[in-house]
Design a protein around this ligand. Sequence first.
Ligand code: BV8
Ligand code: ZN
Length: 230
Amino acid sequence: MRHIVILTGAGVSAESGLGTFRDQDGLWTKYDLEDVATPEGFSRNPALVHGFYNARRANCLAASPNAAHAALARLQDAFNGRVTLVTQNVDDLHERAGADDVIHMHGTLPGALCAVCDHRWPAPASMDYLAACPSCGGPDTRPDIVWFGEMPYRMEEIYTALQDADLFVAIGTSGTVYPAAGFVAEAHAVGAQTLEINLEPSTTNGLFDHARIGPATKTVPEWVQDILRQ
Ligand code: BV8
Ligand code: ZN
């Protein structure tokens, strides 16, 4: 096996205490996605959206990577082939566990973006919409997050990796958000093996050749060990 492409979702950070989205007390059960994760919501009420992301940024800072993040960083180090690690998550727990070149297709909580000049800088602990852009002084500073209706980042790179994959592994994602939920079909189309690792089978589980069910801090280290033993 030469090239493994991995896609992680909120489930890989669940045991670090960061909420998921669609589980019973998930984020989308407390906030209306339309209000806090769309450009329209941001222009309607930027203070609410900054408050939502400031709270998540604080959660993220207080959280620590778990055994699943550590195992994936180990795989990147020890696997004698290529590992492309794509995440839908906006937390930086993969990096803090030692992973490198993590492809954050939905942006990152620690990142700030200027909607006027596209300048990016490390977000302050708490952002507010009055804060001017450090580069152009513009008023439209926002979290560097990809909202619904916006184009995810580094899609070219992801599709090129999927074309070259021997194995595609989806970890801790419900398979409800596109284009990420479509990656398994892309991998399948080029003849890659596909594996889902999840607490319970996701909506797209039927599209995977294999599945390992259980909490990520147990299933991911076991899977990494099996791969490195091969
Ligand atoms: C796009 C950042 C178009 C925000 C996120 C109408 C208008 C426009 C677009 C659409 C539309 N209708 C549909 C769409 C497409 C839309 C979409 O897919 N909507 C869905 C809801 C139907 N997609 C988009 O809008 C995307 N953009 O299409 O652009 C375009 C095209 C060309 C040019 C220009 C534009 C953008 C999507 C990105 C949105 N941003 N995140 C933020 O984080 O605040 S997505 C959001 O959901 C999350 O960030 C997360 O990344 C994503 C997926 O969630 P999951 O990670 O899967 O989490 P979830 O809670 O759902 O599942 C948790 C899983 O973990 C479960 O399976 C559970 O079993 C498992 N689990 C739990 N505990 C554990 C565990 N597993 C293991 N161990 C455990 N312990
Ligand atoms: Zn600017």
